[in-house]
Design a protein around this ligand. Sequence first.
Ligand code: ZN
Length: 338
Amino acid sequence: MTFRYSLDKTTPTRLYKCPSCGKRTLKRYWDNENGNYMPDDVGRCNREVNCAYHLTPKAFLEKIGSNYAPIAIGRHSKEVILLPTYIQKSYLDRTMNRDDPNNLIRYLRRLFKEDLTQYLVNRFKLGTSTYWKGSTMFWQIDERMNIHAGKIMLYDSDTGRRCKHPFNHIQWAHSVAKWKDFRLDQCFFGLHQINTHEAKSICVVESEKTAVLMTALIPNVIWLASGGMNLSIENFRPLKQFKLILFPDVGVEDRNGKTPYQKWQDKASLLESLGYTVSVSSVLENKATIQQREKGYDLADYLMKTDTELGLALNDNAYPVSWDFNSNTFPTQQYDKH
Ligand SMILES: [Zn+2]
C-alpha cells in the first residue's frame, strides 16, 4: 500500500517560504501519484513552536471542495498532465559569444575555417559553458522556439572526440543552475531549424556534434540529433510532414540482444504505421568492422575526410568544404525572423 501524499522526503531537504511566518522553513507535501508537489502552501513549517503552520493535503482538498483519497492507486496516473519546464532565452544568450574557450568550436574552426564555423554556431545556437573549461552547451530548442534543455559536453579540441576520462563529461544546465522543480522534457537537438530553414528531408543522427558536422558536409537537408535520448513517438510529432532518414550509430547488441540499428528500425516501423515517411539508413551497418562497432562509429566518422596537413575537412572532390560556403550552396539563414 502506498500513501498518496507525503511530506517531501528529498535530501538535502528542500524548504520553501512559509505562508504564515514568511521564513524559508516550509516543507511541502508531495503527491506520489502524479510525482509532483502539492500547491505551494500545502506543507508544514519547521518552526513548530514559533509558527506551527501546517496545511495538510486533506485540509487543502476539503477547502477547495475536492475529494481526499489518501491511498495511491498507481504512480504517474494519466489524468495529470505535467507541463515541461522551458528555459528562458536569456540563459541561452549568455552562453553565446563568450570569450571563454570552447573546444568543439575550436575543432570546427580547424575543419571549416571561420565563416562556415560561425554559420554553424549561429544555426545550432552552440553555446559555451564554463562548467568545465572548454565545454560546449547544446541547447535543445523546439519548433516553437521553446528551450527544453541545455546539455553540456566536453570535447578534445584536437581530435573532436568527447572527453570520457576520467569520467564522462555530460552535465545539464538545469542541474548546474539547481532549478527547483525543473521538469526535463527533451526534444531533438536542432529541431528549431524546421521553422528557420527550408528542407524537405530530415536526417536524424545520434550525436549533436555529428548533426553539426553533417550540416557542413550536406547542407541541403536538416540534421537533427537524438542526443541518445529514449525516442518517443511524441518526439517525432513535429516532423510528420517531412521525409525522415534515420542514421543510427553502429554498435553492439544491448541487453535485449538488439543493435542500435535494430532498435531504430523498430521505431521506424512504428512511425510508418502512424503515417510517417521514414527509412533507416544501412550504409554504416553494412560497412562497419567489429572495432568500429565497439567504438560506436557514426556517419561523420565515415564521411568526414580531412586534409593531412592542416586538418581541413574535405568534400567528395577532395577540396576543402569551406570553399563551398561562399558559393551559395548553403541555405539562406532566416534565423532572425524569431
Ligand atoms: Zn512558519
